[in-house]
Design a protein around this ligand. Structure first.
Ligand code: G3P
Length: 224
């Protein structure tokens, strides 16, 4: 399934508010908002729910992480081929909370390309965004780690890092979509991100921990 820009990408992490049936309910809320407002929303469920969520909703579903291994004798890991078999559209790579070495990111981006899986490489600053851009993923999501889960939107607290990351990535490869994330929770934050040149947002707590996630998603969608 293609991911259209501008996109609202929801990563539900390992929160207790996003497990099992709650994961499906959040994914359905994303699907409803996509259908009601015609916005692009992608969803990264908890890894254990990946195949289940793919079957339940008609929006792009991403893995939160994949290991830089080929399938084989490895216990307790998720490889890209399994992500593909689960029917996911792609995967996050190198999230701040699940860092990888550069060679592993390179492996994952190249292998994902062979499988036609969409790659979102998360980065923490401009030099790392530039290094990631050299690997030609489909998308780079810049997220200053200090602002993750803070409720302080990166688009307001560190507009320069967003603007400069977009410019630096596009200078290397204009086909890479650039998102920003950390502390995003309102339509106003999304609008500010898009005004800085980002093509969407990657967010978690603002939706997952909301009393009414659908209401938050509707507000976010209005910012696109
Ligand atoms: O992957 C999304 C992310 O790390 C941002 O988290 O909770 O600040 O939206 P949050």
């Amino acid at each position: 399934m293609k991911i259209k820009m501008p996109v609202i990408m929801v990563n539900v992490k390992a929160y207790s508010e996003s497990m099992g049936d709650k994961d499906i309910a959040l994914a359905r809320a994303c699907e409803e908002v996509k259908e009601e407002l015609g916005v692009s929303i992608a969803y990264a469920p908890q890894m254990v729910d990946l195949a289940l969520v793919v079957r339940e909703v008609n929006i792009p579903v991403l893995a939160q992480h994949a290991e830089a291994f080929l399938p084989g004798s490895k216990t307790g890991y998720t490889v890209l081929e399994a992500v593909n078999e689960a029917g996911a559209s792609g995967t996050l790579i190198n999230h701040s909370e699940h860092r990888l070495e550069l060679a592993d990111i390179d492996f994952l981006v190249s292998e994902a390309r062979k499988l036609d899986l969409y790659t979102v490489v998360c980065t923490n600053n401009i030099p790392v965004s530039m290094a990631a851009a050299e690997l030609s993923p489909n998308c780079i999501a810049i997220e200053p780690p200090d602002l993750i889960g803070s409720g302080i939107p990166v688009s307001k607290a560190e507009p320069e890092i967003v603007k400069m990351s977009v410019e630096a990535v596009k200078d290397i490869n204009k086909d890479i979509a650039v998102l920003c994330g950390a502390g995003i929770s309102t339509g106003k934050d999304v609008k500010a991100a898009l005004e800085l040149g980002a093509e969407g947002v990657l967010l978690a707590s603002g939706v997952v921990k909301a009393e009414n996630p659908k209401e938050v998603l509707l507000d976010l969608a209005n910012g696109t």
